[in-house]
Each structure stands twice: as structure tokens, then as C-alpha cells.
Design a protein around this ligand. Structure first.
Ligand code: AMP
Ligand code: GLY
Length: 417
């Protein structure tokens, strides 16, 4: 199949790797991709966020299927433009992508669908913010309403910090003040064709920058899958009480959700609660979920894009476990230092069962060197029969990689090893 993958992160590199592993002879193009993706498949210099440009490219190049990686093209309406021209696309239209793009929209859908989430107040003024902070008490949770690239959420014990964060984001729109939910976090991905959902294997993401979950929130510093501590029946409960009601509600509102429903969940003492939905694969969780997927990815996503999931069996996963550790630039997430050489990747990839998914990498045209272009530089992915083995492999591989000022957590998956 002629497939176009939109995006440029480690998530998209993992998607490309999964498609290649099918050995189905797919003709794959990624846009815009990165230096690692460019080693594996063709890359096109295309603005992935421009609905018209993407549609024109797909038509000109006889693309049979488009897979959208990040949220920005979805929110920009890229999937709508493709669907209008009859091109199958995995990714929701602009309206359904509001499930991720607007926390207020997501809360409204959850309330309408009876989906369990924390209590939240949608505040339009500092007075409303402060009333809500005091009503819920510490720890305080303050969120920007729109897309904020992982920087919009603050969880803090300090009221002054919560007030300052709210005041910053109120200048850009409204903010949500939420009840703090305590418990283990789970990322569960469900493939949806607008009516039927099929679950992938659960994963856990490490959102904070530092070991022991300290430091600022990031896009994600590492992940592992599966989650051996999950109670039996967990996935079925999420399907029945969260995913299906959400997808039904969106279908009822004439904004069907066709794509990846990412349920960000917390297992509280009182049961499972949604902390967020995303409208696309998670990064870095994808890097630990897809390498374990046995069912061909292209068939699964194409069935979702064409309304054909009903009656399909649940996707199958290998018994191997997976760990991924993100290597980030100095000063990430505030103001990452970029343009630095990163070396040792070939030696790292020689470690058994290790692969490297590139994110913010490019080849410097002047020197031919691999250099960094952003905060999260790459993900080292390791498989193993146990978490201890997978962790050991991941960290051995990281030991071969050199990046001045590079930072990574050393406790990814330690709690299950
Ligand atoms: P979000 O972007 O909404 O996923 O939030 C980023 C991270 O902040 C989550 O993964 C949680 O670790 C934390 N967080 C968000 N909302 C809450 C909440 N209501 N209670 C506790 N932690 C939260
Ligand atoms: N890893 C969190 C996210 O993709 O939103």
C-alpha cells in the first residue's frame, strides 16, 4: 500500500518501523520526518499542518492511506480535507480532535457520556480561579484550555504557583482548575472507526523530567508496556465505561471519532478516572506499544479509517515487555539547547533487542553530522523477557550515546523490574 505518515517525532519513527516490520512491501513516505526516519523511508518536504498541501500531495502521489501522527494537523483539519477527497485517513476531523484540543470540549463530552473524570471548574477570571483552588484544596491542578505542547498543566502544592500559572494562561484564554487525582497513571490506546473500538496494550508514561517524578512536566521522558500490576478486567472496564460511551457521544453529535483514542487515566481509590483524552498516539508510549504488536498495524489502522473494525478480533501482542527511555537536550523543557552533535547511535543499536526512534534529529548539511533540533532528541527502545532485562539493555545502549548536556531519567520501569 502507498502510505503517507505525517509527523516528525519518535512516535512517527515507531509507526514507520511497525509498518516496515510487516514486510508487506508498503511504499512509505513520511512528512516531514527526521534524520532517522529518512534512513528508513522516503521523506517529503511538506507542511503536515496544511490541509490543502497534504491533500494535493496525496492526490499527486496516488497515496492510498494517510496516517496522522501529531495533534496539530488534526486540529488544523488535515483529516477533513483528505476525507472530502475520498482519501482514507487514520485520524479524526477537526471537530472530534477537539477532544484533545479543548479541555472544555472534552469535559462536556465526558459529562454528556457519563464518563468518570475528576471535578473541574472552567474559570474565566482570577476570582473564579481562586475560588476553585480553595474549594478543591492542595495539591492544586491548573490547566490551560487549548493545546500547550505539554506545558499547560501545573500540579503543585503551592497556592501562589497555581495562581501565577493560572494568571499566565488566562491571558491566552480560559483555564481549568481540577480536583487532584491520586493514583497510578495508565495510558490506554484504542483504535476507533467512529463506532467500534479495539484496545492496544496499556502503557505507563513518565511525565516529569526528573527521577522520582520530580521536576517540571514534559512531553514524556520514558515508558513501559505492558503493566503487570493492572487488575484483571481493567481494559474491558475502560472500553465499556469510557471509550465506547465517548465514541458514541461523538457519533451522536455528528463528529465521529476515527483514529486513535488515547485515554489518559488515573486509578484512584474510588475507581478509574480520565485525566485527559488525546486524539492521537502518545509519545513515548507508542514506542513501547507498537514493537510488541503482532497484528499488522496497517491493516488495523486502515480498517479503522474505512469503518471496518466491527467483528475484528482484538489486536495481538507479543509476551515480550518493552521499555523506552527518552534522551532530551540540555535545558529541556524550558529552552532546549539545540544544534549539538549526537553520536554513538550505531553502537547503541548493536545492543541486543534495542532500536532507536529518532525525534529531534537532522543531518547538518555542512558537516554531515547528526545534530539535535529540539527538546526530545530520541527514544531508546529495548525489548526483553523481563523488565529487568529490557531496562538493562536500554541503559546499556544509552551509555553508548553522547550528547553534550543530554539528560535522561534512570528510573524508567524500575518500579516493575
Ligand atoms: P495532562 O496534560 O492533562 O495529561 O496532564 C499532565 C500530567 O499532569 C498528567 O499526566 C498527570 O500526571 C498530571 N495531572 C493532570 N491532571 C491531574 C489531576 N487532576 N490530578 C493529578 N494529576 C494530574
Ligand atoms: N506521552 C503523553 C502524550 O503523548 O500526550
Amino acid at each position: 500500500m502507498k502510505i503517507l505518515v505525517l509527523g516528525s517525532g519518535a512516535r512517527e519513527h515507531a509507526i514507520v518501523a511497525a509498518l516496515l516490520s510487516e514486510d508487506a512491501g508498503h511504499d512509505i513516505t513520511a512528512a516531514p520526518g527526521n534524520a532517522g526516519i529518512a534512513r528508513d523511508v522516503r521523506v517529503a518536504d511538506l507542511d503536515a499542518n496544511d490541509p490543502q498541501a497534504v491533500t494535493n500531495y496525496a492526490i499527486e502521489h496516488n497515496i492510498e492511506f494517510v496516517i496522522v501522527g501529531p495533534e496539530a494537523p488534526l486540529v488544523a483539519g488535515v483529516a477533513d480535507a483528505l476525507r472530502t477527497r475520498g482519501i482514507p485517513v487514520f485520524g479524526p476531523g477537526k471537530a472530534a480532535a477537539q477532544l484533545e484540543g479543548s479541555k472544555t470540549f472534552a469535559k462536556r463530552i465526558m459529562d454528556a457520556a457519563g464518563v468518570p473524570s475528576g471535578r473541574a471548574v472552567h474559570a474565566r477570571s482570577m476570582l473564579e480561579v481562586e475560588e476553585a483552588l480553595d474549594a478543591f484544596g492542595a495539591p492544586y491542578v491548573v490547566k490551560a484550555d487549548g493545546l500547550a505542547a505539554g506545558k499547560g498543566v501545573l500540579v503543585t502544592e503551592y497556592r501562589e504557583a497555581a495562581v501565577a500559572h493560572a494568571s499566565l494562561w488566562l491571558d491566552h484564554g480560559t483555564v481549568l482548575v481540577e480536583e487532584f487525582l491520586d493514583g497510578q497513571e495508565v495510558s490506554l490506546f484504542l483504535v476507533s472507526d467512529g463506532h467500534t473500538v479495539l484496545p492496544l496494550s496499556p502503557a505507563q508514561d513518565y511525565k516529569r523530567l526528573g527521577n522520582g517524578d520530580r521536576g517540571p512536566n514534559t512531553g514524556g521522558m520514558g515508558a513501559y508496556s505492558p503493566l503487570p500490576w493492572l487488575p484483571e478486567g481493567f481494559v474491558d472496564e475502560v472500553i465499556q465505561t469510557i471509550a465506547v460511551p465517548t465514541v458514541r457521544q461523538l457519533a451522536k453529535e455528528q463528529t465521529p471519532f476515527i483514529g486513535l483514542l488515547y485515554c489518559g487515566l488515573i486509578m484512584t481509590r474510588h475507581g478509574i478516572r480520565v485525566i485527559e483524552f488525546n486524539a492521537r498516539f502518545g509519545d513515548p508510549e507508542t514506542q513501547v506499544v507498537l514493537p510488541r504488536l503482532v497484528t499488522p498495524l496497517s491493516g488495523l489502522l486502515f480498517a479503522a479509517a474505512t469503518g471496518a473494525l466491527a467483528g475484528m478480533p482484538h489486536p495481538e501482542f507479543a509476551l515480550d515487555v518493552a521499555v523506552t527511555v527518552v534522551l532530551a537536550s540540555e535545558n529541556y523543557p524550558d529552552a532546549p539547547v539545540i544544534g549539538r552533535p549526537v553520536t554513538g547511535l550505531d553502537a547503541a543499536a548493536q545492543v541486543p533487542e534495542v532500536t532507536i526512534a529518532h525525534a529531534a534529529t537532522a543531518i547538518d548539511p555542512a558537516t554531515g553530522e547528526l545534530v539535535t533540533t529540539g527538546g526530545r532528541v530520541l527514544s531508546v527502545i529495548a525489548l526483553g523477557t523481563t523488565f529487568a532485562e529490557a531496562r538493562e539493555r536500554a541503559y546499556e545502549a544509552l551509555g553508548h550515546i553522547e550528547l553534550e548536556g543530554g539528560q535522561y531519567r534512570t528510573d524508567i520501569a524500575a518500579r516493575v523490574a
